[in-house]
Design a protein around this ligand. Structure first.
Ligand SMILES: [Zn+2]
Length: 456
């Protein structure tokens, strides 16, 4: 199960010549130690050892070389409505600057990415505009569309409640049929699990606390149980943005893949939070938030994901009930959590497993660890560089961050296939990101092999 992923490969070499050698420190065999990482001409890690002979050398001194993050949940709004204020170019730029090397893009676009034509349009719009790699999920609305979509999609996204830009499957569509159709393809399905039948409209949702009361954790729990009951055993299922410790425990018990977001992990419902903090599912009271964070620290939450969903500030400043749900977060996700590592509240190992290793396994991508053969998507972090988040230093076109003033550590460099794309907080890459598909999507045999790796 992805929850118990392994990290056992010894440091070693494949014998390919290193074109570039990064010399610094890294988390290797359960501790931080001096290390050199060789990168070959194909942009893959060729060696990880105390000393690596080879070509060009880059001395990073005390700084840490970490695998780039893989964000399982981002809304790049491509294509989006006029004035959406985000697209592939801006979204992946923020990813690059925040240490995210692969972002999984959601299908609630305009038009929604629910048919092969929309997916092809999206793929075409990605060319030469991506600062990092993306995986495109197709919206899962009808079993009949799944076979055609599966030829180009990187996976599927299922919304069980209405959300910005996409509707849940029609009432007549059987959840079991939908999920079985995806199982046939071997691809992943990520589920937004909230049951609108359990929403409680006792009072107008005019605050973050009232938003939580309106869309309670019980609605999440009911939807999760419904999905679990309908999911065929071979389905590669992933539950998005879990907010409740009880649900997390239930999913861990089942060995079920799921994610939590920085906002749900770090921020409880408090008086005075405005609609910038309006998200779906809602922020929870501090008892639930603390419980979620404790489980994350204990390594019991398999994946970290941003649910990056930027909305223009003017939209967020509308009266609370009308303000859209979602907040930008892909640029701050890793920096916020690295600051928690620096504060001694979280182990680096736990963060790397949740942000890189497990998401890569779930997506079937040769990424996420410092091992020979993996693509050299790497970031360089200096733990002395603690800063506070300032929206005017971020790169979201929406121009705001709910995390304003929080402590953060931004990567000083980001390597993409071994090429430096970020240096000293500036993007200097060449927009060479690609649309990726899981290795297991290529053939039934590769799918079986990948399933054995992930589920062992
Ligand atoms: Zn989302």
């Amino acid at each position: 199960v992805p929850v118990r992923s392994r990290h056992r490969e010894p440091a070693g070499t494949l014998g390919r010549r290193a074109e570039l050698v990064l010399s610094g420190r890294a988390w290797i065999q359960h501790r931080i130690q001096p290390v050199e990482v060789g990168i070959d001409a194909q942009g893959r890690i060729s060696a990880v050892a105390r000393t690596v002979p080879g070509g060009r050398r880059k001395d990073l001194n005390e700084a840490l070389i970490l695998p780039s993050a893989i964000d399982l949940h981002a809304h790049f709004r491509e294509p989006g409505p006029p004035g959406a204020g985000e697209d592939f170019a801006t979204g992946t730029l923020q990813a690059a600057l925040g240490g995210v090397g692969v972002a999984v893009d959601m299908p609630n676009t305009l038009p929604p990415t629910t048919d092969p034509e929309a997916l092809a349009t999206k793929d075409a719009r990605a060319r030469r505009r991506l600062a990092v790699d993306v995986v495109l999920l197709a919206g899962l609305t009808s079993p009949a569309r799944v076979p055609a979509l599966s030829r180009t999609a990187g996976g599927f996204k299922l919304y069980l409640s209405p959300t910005t830009g996409i509707e849940p499957p029609a009432p007549g569509v059987s959840l079991r049929e939908l999920l079985s159709a995806v199982e046939e393809t071997g691809l992943l399905v990520s589920v937004h699990a909230e049951d609108p039948g359990r929403f409680v409209s006792a009072r107008p949702p005019e605050s973050v606390a009232a938003w939580d009361a309106y869309r309670p954790a019980g609605a999440e729990r009911a939807a999760v149980e419904r999905v679990l009951a309908a999911a065929p055993p071979g389905l590669r299922l992933h539950i998005a943005h879990v907010t409740d410790p009880g649900i997390a425990d239930r999913l861990v018990e089942l060995g079920q893949s799921f994610e939590a977001t920085p906002h749900h992990l770090l921020e409880p419902v408090r008086p005075g939070l405005d609609a910038r903090w309006k998200v779906n599912p809602p922020l929870r009271p501090s008892s639930a938030q603390t419980g979620l964070w404790e489980r994350f620290r204990a390594g019991r939450i398999p994946c970290l994901a941003s649910d990056h969903a930027p909305h223009p500030l003017a939209e967020k400043q509308r009266p609370f009930p009308e303000a859209p749900s979602g907040m930008p977060g892909i640029e701050t996700m890793i920096p916020l959590l690295l600051a928690r590592v620096r504060a001694g509240e979280l182990s680096l190992d736990t963060l790397l497993r949740a942000s890189a290793d497990r998401p890569a396994r779930i997506l079937g991508l040769p990424l996420g660890r410092l091992v020979p053969g993996h693509r050299a998507h790497l970031m360089v972090v200096d733990f002395r560089r603690l800063v506070t988040v300032r929206s005017d230093r971020l790169h979201a076109p929406c121009g705001w961050s709910a995390f304003e003033g929080r402590e953060a550590i931004f990567p000083i460099e980001h390597y993409f296939d071994g090429r430096a794309i970020v240096s000293e907080g500036e993007y200097m890459g060449d927009r060479e990101g690609r649309v990726l598909r899981p290795e297991y999507a290529r053939s039934p045999a590769a799918r079986a092999a990948a399933a054995a790796t992930v589920d062992a």
